[in-house]
Design a protein around this ligand. Sequence first.
Ligand code: C2O
Ligand code: CU
Length: 474
Amino acid sequence: MTRRQAIRLGAVGALGVAIGGVGLSQTGLPWGESATAGARLADPEALRSSGGILAVDLVAAHHRTSIAGRDARVLAYGESLPGRTWRVRPGDRIDVRLRNELDTPTNLHTHGLAVSPRGNGDNPFLSIDPGESIDYTFQLPEDHPTGVAWYHPHRHGTVADQLFGGLYGALIVEDDDVPASNERVLTISDITLTASGDVAPASQQDVMMGREGQLLLVNGQHRPSISARPGDIERWRVINACTSRYIRFAVPGQELHLLGMDMGRASAPREISDVLLPPGGRADLLVALSPGTAEVQTLGHDRGGMGMMGGGLSGSAVLATLSVTGGTAAPPIGLANERDAPDLRGATIAGRREIAFTMSMGMRGRMMDMGFDGRAFDIDRIDQRVDAGAVEEWIISNPTPMDHPFHLHVWPMQVIEADGQALDEPTWRDVVNVPAQGRVRVLVDFSRNPGRSVYHCHILDHEDAGMMASVEVG
Ligand code: C2O
Ligand code: CU
């Protein structure tokens, strides 16, 4: 049996299996020092739950580091960019004390968790002023999906600047049915530095199109190098933490298998050549390594544009280099279990609604008014009222000339139609790209997590400009 067959057929080998990732920086260096081009990819320090609880002391602050060999003044959670990786299991509770040492208000979103939006839970309406602290609690149910989540600020009006500045971190909800030789988190972000090393501010044009940074980073490093051993099957948790840039992730010459996206595991891994990650999207990958040197790339994505006013091309670029050398490692290992994903098709649909992204010529000095259904976000308005317990079908349409990634908090979406095609396999996402002039259909089960939350464009410049709306379930 070849390794490829082993992955497809789900044969399991027990040798060389280490589940749960690498806890320490592989360079052994503190973050700032390792962040130069060509340096080895560092793995953010991991924080693991114990006894069912993960307690996190989180400080959002200004931070001095080195990026692409330059002195940079950025933002960070604690002493590293990205912040530490939180590793939890279904049923765990995450207690976070967040202290705001920035100059602008902030808050926290656990993107991908299906947890309560109320009180000091995953509540995007909270605002923590500079100098203040807040205690958050996120309780994951025992049957919480496993996969790749992340955390980032979500205070309306400051989200794009704070992410672009460096505030993001990985949040892994672990499973134990995927043997892998090694696990890596690859948090992809972009940033632009001014000549003096500050984070470049966004122009009105940037905001309209969604800013893209000049430097692409993986775990805060510009074009780091990854070394691996032939024969190993590594698990890569890839997060698109860019403010607006789409990533079409690929490693030409190496064999990639997609285990799932966002928090949605596929029933079996599927071999792919690349995967499109809209801003906010994640991929859970198995990489079957063969000898040689390869580039970890984004192949780019044309996300449309506003004609004369500019375009939103997420260009292709090298993210990292990969060299696979040395003796062949353990015999092939593969994925143990096929999974049965839940499927809402067949449920009674209590309601259907249509929601449209909208952009129009701006009023009151703005170039463009952005929102849903012709309205910009208003924190005091409830845009959708849903009965607790309802399963609804939402049709999200995009009559605008550019792509927008649609993100719904705390209630996962089962995508049933995209690009005009019905999807056969249960496909669970929390971010779904809605192409220019296109639409997607999703089913959402509102039987958990009553309360008020939001959906928005994950081009975070658009979100801050008003492309967000609220949902009240109850
Ligand atoms: Cu990752 Cu509401 O965002
Ligand atoms: Cu948008």
